[in-house]
Structure formats: structure tokens, C-alpha cells
Design a protein. Structure first.
Length: 298
């Protein structure tokens, strides 16, 4: 694309869906857009007040990712002016860092005409992010189920499911590293087997579109939720109220601190209003899964 201005759009993502720990991701209808224009030097402008604290120089995650991709390709970086707009809550378990990484990969690919395929983009994203769930869904869209062990990456993508969702976003951020520090180093073999069964059954139910079963398995995670949920006000009460509203299931969004509720299609706005009234600590945002991942427009 050379010197032609263009815009990259990346969706938010929710990861895990309960027992799909570090492997399942789903793209959601919140977005980061980055308007890109080659320039004499790097400049980054964030249009949203909540993002003003982010670096606006070469320490910026988007710029760092661009540099890594370009250096690996043996090219010299083309400095750009980036204008970023995003309604993805920052540091709230909705893939804001994965969106920045996905944007950086796509910008590098477009600027230098690298012609990376989707799997190559995912590989690079995973190498930066450290796990595959958010970044795979941010790049591909829909629902992704991934296996990553630092030497191999396998990803299956499924269409965006016909459901609605509500994300309950608290006023505080939580760093992923801190949230991971709450997890045990080992699990009892029987418990691990139970968690693996829940994850496998949920993946099969996702593939068949059986969301009633998906929702039941969302509530059966043993890998991370039991160790993290104490950090989030009214966790059990939100789950109980979600079921009272007829939701499929409720779980942490990624490592938290946001919560994700899967509801019947078309019920997301109603559910968001009810949940925000009952749990005012959280800002409740109605969302839907989206089919498209990272896209480019001239």
C-alpha cells in the first residue's frame, strides 16, 4: 500500500468462555480503528480520553509490533502518523492489547507489502501476546479455538454465533500478569480431567451451535475462575441474576476484571439494562459476536 493512507479496524475479543482457558476466543462488536499515514517521524494520537495515558512514541505497543514484524522481514521501518480511536475498554479483559498487536501486524503487512497470510499473522501475534486466544480471534474474527505450545500453532475458526452478549466492565483495571499470579502452579489430576472434559464438550457444542450446552459448560470451569472470582464484586450474584434473565451462561472475560454474559440473540440490550441497574458497580455494555476480524480500508 506504500504511501497511501489507510485505516485498520480490529474487534475486541473475549477469551476462555470459562473452561476454554488460553485456547478459545470470540470477536465482539467493540472496535479499535487506526488511521495510518506515512510521515517523517512517528506520531500517535489517541482520540479517546481513556487512552491518553498510553505511550505516543516508539514505546507504543502498536509501533513496537510494527517494528518487530518489519525487522523480521529484513526491511527498514517506515515512520507513520497513527490516529487511534477505540471503544474497547483498556485493561479490562476484552483484548485491548491483542487489538493493538493485531493492528501493528496488519499495518506492517500493508506498509511493506509483506503478503502475510492469516496463519503467519496469528503466529506473529501469538509470539508477542504469549497465548493464542485473544489475538487469533482479533485477527480472524468469529470464534477461534487454538492450540499453542511455543513451537506449534493450530487454529480452527467458526462463524460468529447467533447470540447476544453483555460485558460488565468494572471501574478498575487488572493486569494479566497479576491475574495469572492468582492461579495455582499445579492441579489435581482428577480436577484437571474434569476441566479438560468441560473444555472439550464446550468446544464441540460451539461447533454445533448448541448454546444451551455451551452455557452450562461456561459455568463449569475449574482452570481459573475459582481462583480469580473473589477479586470481582458480586460475581456469584451476577451469575444467578444472569440465569434468572434466561442467559446461556456467565463467566470472566479473559483474565478479568470484566464479566461476560451470553444471552439469546436480541436480548443483549435488555439484559444490559437490567444488570446495570442491579449491579451499578459495573458498566454494562451490550455486544454481539462479529464475523470479521482485522480489516483494512483505503
Amino acid at each position: 500500500m506504500g504511501s497511501t493512507p489507510f485505516t485498520v479496524t480490529v474487534p475486541a475479543t473475549t477469551a476462555n468462555l470459562g473452561p476454554g482457558f488460553d485456547s478459545i476466543g470470540m470477536a465482539l462488536s467493540l472496535y479499535m480503528t487506526v488511521a495510518v499515514e506515512p510521515a517523517d517521524r512517528w506520531t500517535i494520537v489517541y482520540e479517546d480520553e481513556g487512552l491518553k495515558e498510553l505511550p505516543t512514541d516508539e514505546d507504543n505497543l502498536i509501533v513496537q509490533t510494527i517494528g518487530k514484524v518489519v525487522r523480521r522481514a529484513g526491511r527498514e521501518t517506515i515512520p507513520c502518523s497513527l490516529r487511534v480511536k477505540s471503544n474497547i475498554p483498556l485493561g479490562k479483559g476484552l483484548g485491548s492489547s491483542a487489538a493493538a498487536i493485531a493492528a501493528g501486524i496488519e499495518i506492517a503487512d500493508q506498509l511493506h507489502n509483506l503478503k502475510m497470510n492469516q496463519k503467519e499473522k496469528m503466529w506473529f501475534g501469538v509470539s508477542v501476546e504469549g497465548h493464542a486466544d485473544n489475538v487469533s480471534a482479533a485477527i480472524a474474527g468469529g470464534v477461534t479455538i487454538s492450540f499453542y505450545d511455543h513451537t506449534s500453532l493450530e487454529v480452527m475458526k467458526f462463524d460468529a454465533p447467533p447470540i447476544g452478549g453483555v460485558v460488565l466492565v468494572p471501574p478498575v483495571e487488572m493486569k494479566t500478569d497479576h491475574s495469572r499470579g492468582l492461579l495455582p502452579h499445579q492441579l489435581d489430576h482428577n480436577k484437571a480431567t474434569e476441566g479438560s472434559a468441560a473444555s472439550s464438550l464446550m468446544a464441540a457444542a460451539l461447533a454445533k451451535g448448541e448454546w444451551t450446552l455451551v452455557g452450562r459448560m461456561m459455568d463449569r470451569d475449574i482452570f481459573h475462575e475459582p481462583y480469580r472470582k473473589k477479586m470481582f464484586p458480586d460475581f456469584d450474584a451476577v451469575r444467578e441474576e444472569s440465569h434468572a434473565l434466561g442467559a446461556y451462561g456467565m463467566t470472566l472475560s479473559g483474565a478479568g476484571p470484566s464479566l461476560f454474559v451470553a444471552v439469546h440473540a436480541g436480548r443483549e440490550e435488555e439484559a444490559a439494562c437490567v444488570l446495570e441497574e442491579k449491579f451499578p458497580y459495573y458498566k454494562c455494555i451490550a455486544v454481539t459476536p462479529v464475523e470479521k476480524g482485522t480489516t483494512v480500508n483505503e
